[in-house]
Design a protein around this ligand. Structure first.
Ligand SMILES: Cc1cc2nc3c(=O)[nH]c(=O)nc-3n(C[C@H](O)[C@H](O)[C@H](O)COP(=O)(O)OP(=O)(O)OC[C@H]3O[C@@H](n4cnc5c(N)ncnc54)[C@H](O)[C@@H]3O)c2cc1C
Length: 463
């Protein structure tokens, strides 16, 4: 039977990145991918949504052109072209990854792995009618959208995040069940294109895992975009009547919509038999080195349920590649522990959100006495020039040591600016350390500097 060194199951940002790094280390792997390389992220997640975000923000900005002294008349758009552009962006990126695989001669088996079994000679992998034996297995099979039992996805009216990327026309009205990251991003996109959007969220706030102040500001911003937000409200039933979806709400009211997006979370995709593998509530159980309960079997990305973000999957995979490199080639790996709270979280709504580290509530719980520094974009010169001053940067540090614990930004380019927070927190920086850094002027990044200065009430431009 064919023997291989590493079997990577799933070719998303976890799996494909790992296979490339293994090749760079001179270790051969085979990637199993039942759809296309790139996984959810490139094909139906991060990349297509951000292509739509660009168009929606651009369109909204054009409608405000007069504020900048630019006369633009009869602004309109072609929905087909917008969706085609999104598909082109995806195609370019996915074919780019496929090209790298070809060039580096990394084999991809376009099949679903059905089962994995521990044997004396390695792990027996079954796919289609075939089998092979691998010394190491990396499970990176990702996640799928959760359904509501009483209203399963139909691809027409009741949509998943995948279905909504295949629309043929702009819906006049859209209910989004779930005000988490994915729900809010689609709300922002469709409301800016002119759809009447309603968010229905069971919890008391949007993006509930973020800092409370950030949630509040986002709520305010989305309401300004005429999005209707119902918090502490559940959907308890649905019916399709006269081409409309009628939602029955927990407050005993009924509302009807053209389409409904169900974005109530994602679940790990464990679609193969592997009896010896230990799984828990959130997915495949792993330790700090992404090792499962079985020797030489690792798992990374969404299927572990640790933190469902593309860059988490990739980083975990790169670490596993280094671990295998150490085992196979004796190349010592400078081992470190991945601190999940220090992984940046970006939300591509308008306004954007970027955050890293602990929220204010978490910081108080963990450290007791903390300091909070804040700086508004309205006092930042670059923001004024951009005509986009909504939002703020907020930095949290431990009172006794000045160690930075969290950074939360809502406003223009927040998803880019937060990279600085990631570096500062990742390097265990204190507020005093930041004092030694010079920030360029005029830049949006100055909000980081001023929010850190504000920890000690030393922000120059804050009133
Ligand atoms: C709408 C949306 C927007 C998002 N936006 C962002 C964002 O802006 N930033 C961000 O960081 N994250 C974002 N995410 C999350 C991100 O897409 C995921 O965290 C990321 O794709 C997880 O990577 P992964 O490698 O673990 O799994 P996936 O990307 O899910 O890839 C798993 C792959 O495994 C394959 N597979 C599964 N089972 C088998 C099997 N048995 N045999 C063979 N192949 C199999 C699947 O076909 C799939 O291609 C978004 C997600 C969605 C849905």
């Amino acid at each position: 039977m064919k023997q291989i060194i590493v079997a990577v199951i799933g070719g998303g940002p976890g799996g494909y990145v790992t296979a490339i790094r293994l090749k760079q280390f001179g270790i051969e792997s085979v990637v199993f991918e039942k759809e296309r390389l790139g996984g959810v992220c490139l094909n139906r997640g991060c990349i297509p949504t951000k292509a739509l975000v660009k168009v929606a923000d651009f369109y909204a900005e054009m409608k405000e052109a007069e504020d900048f002294g630019i006369n633009v008349e009869n602004i309109s758009f072609d929905f087909d072209k917008i969706y085609q552009r999104k598909d082109n962006v995806v195609e370019k990126l996915v074919s780019g990854v496929e090209f790298i695989f070809n060039k580096k001669d990394i084999p991809v088996i376009k099949e679903q792995v059905n089962s994995i079994e521990k044997t004396d000679s390695g792990y027996l992998i079954k796919y289609g009618e075939e089998t092979l034996i691998a010394k190491y297995v990396i499970i990176a099979t990702g996640s799928t959208p959760k359904e509501l039992g009483f209203m399963p996805f139909d691809g027409e009216k009741i949509l998943s995040s995948r279905d909504i990327l295949n629309l043929k026309e702009l819906p006049k009205s859209l209910a989004i069940i779930g005000g988490g990251v994915i729900g809010c991003e689609f709300a922002s996109i469709f409301s800016q294109l002119g759809t009447k959007v309603n968010i229905i969220e069971f919890l008391p706030r949007l993006v509930a895992t973020e800092d409370e102040e950030i949630s509040k500001r986002l709520n305010m911003a989305l309401k300004r975009k005429k999005i209707k937000i119902k918090l502490k409200t559940g959907v308890v039933g649905s019916e399709i009547k006269d081409d409309k979806v009628i939602l029955k709400l927990s407050n005993n009211k009924e509302e009807s919509f053209d389409k409904v997006l169900v974005s109530v979370g994602r679940q790990p995709q464990i679609n193969f038999d592997f009896p010896e593998l230990k799984t828990g509530k959130t997915g495949i159980e792993i330790d700090q080195k992404m090792q499962t309960n079985l020797e030489n079997v690792f798992s990374i990305g969404d299927v572990t349920g640790k933190m469902m973000l593309a860059h988490t999957a990739s980083k975990q995979g790169l670490m596993v590649a280094s671990i295998i490199n150490e085992k196979e080639n004796g190349k010592k790996w400078d081992s470190f522990t991945l601190k999940y709270e220090n992984i940046p979280r970006c939300i591509f709504t308008n306004p954007e959100i970027g955050s890293v580290g602990l929220t204010e509530t978490q910081a108080i719980e963990k450290y007791g006495e903390i300091e909070v520094g804040k700086f508004p974009f309205s006092a930042n010169g670059k923001s004024l020039g951009l005509g986009n001053t909504f939002g703020f940067a907020k930095t949290i540090c431990e009172k006794s040591t000045g160690k930075l614990l969290g950074m939360h930004i809502i406003g223009p380019q927040a998803t880019e600016i937060i990279a600085q927070g990631s570096i500062l927190l990742g390097r265990e920086t204190t507020a005093e350390d930041v004092d030694k850094i010079v920030f360029a002027h005029p830049t949006l990044s100055e909000v980081v500097m001023e929010s850190v200065e504000d920890l000690h009430k030393l922000s120059i431009h804050k009133i």
